[in-house]
Design a protein. Structure first.
Length: 202
């Protein structure tokens, strides 16, 4: 498994270590997910591609791990033979966390983690690709913003996953080139809530 597929750098925050991983299918990625779980306390997974009837593979991945998943896959092209997407957060049993049940999106799953000082909200996200159109992107981003609006004053925030966006130089020294419309929307949201882009600015 190519470790470069990890979509976010490890974030060290208040003694938590968190990593995000784009699995491109659970079946082929399961050994590497186990490796990540042996290293990190919290692992955010996107694109596991498991339908609801097979989510038990994530829930039962280890006796020492708790998993929470969005329950719907995103419909893919008719000839694909399967859905796409699928997001999950997994954490070690030593971490005290509870699911955010108010999120109404099949592209976001979130938890509130007990930490020293402020609690931490962690969102695992899989944002729409360009083929879905900018309005769909804005719709999912609004779901994220609703969580930020509710919790940012009382909790630290980590949003990890696949944003399907490119960012210009305003994102930091490791910017990926000319920013896309999606990237501009993400950066506007980040500035509004005083967030940093972990891949670019940390």
């Amino acid at each position: 498994m190519n470790k470069q597929i990890i979509t976010n750098i490890v974030i060290l925050l208040m003694s938590l270590n968190v990593v995000a991983f784009n699995a491109n299918g659970f079946t082929s990625s399961e050994p590497y997910i186990h490796e990540l779980l042996s290293i990190y306390e919290i692992v955010c997974i996107n694109e596991h591609w498991l339908p609801g009837t097979e989510l038990y593979k994530l829930y039962n991945i280890s006796n020492n791990v708790v998993s929470k998943c969005a329950h719907q896959l995103i419909n893919g092209p008719p000839n694909a033979g399967r859905g796409f997407g699928g997001v999950s957060i997994m954490w070690k049993t030593g971490v005290t966390a509870c699911e955010l049940k108010s999120i109404e999106s099949d592209r976001i799953v979130g938890v509130r983690v007990k930490a020293v000082g402020k609690d931490v909200i962690i969102l695992s996200v899989y944002m729409p690709g360009r083929e879905y159109g900018i309005n769909k992107y804005k719709e999912v981003l609004q779901c994220i913003e609703s969580v930020l609006s509710e919790y940012s004053a009382q909790c630290e925030i980590i949003i990890a996953g696949d944003f399907n966006a490119t960012f210009d130089e305003c994102a930091g020294p490791r910017q990926a080139g000319k920013g896309s419309k999606e990237g501009d929307l993400v950066m506007d949201m980040a500035k509004g809530y005083d967030l940093l882009c972990g891949d670019m600015q940390l």
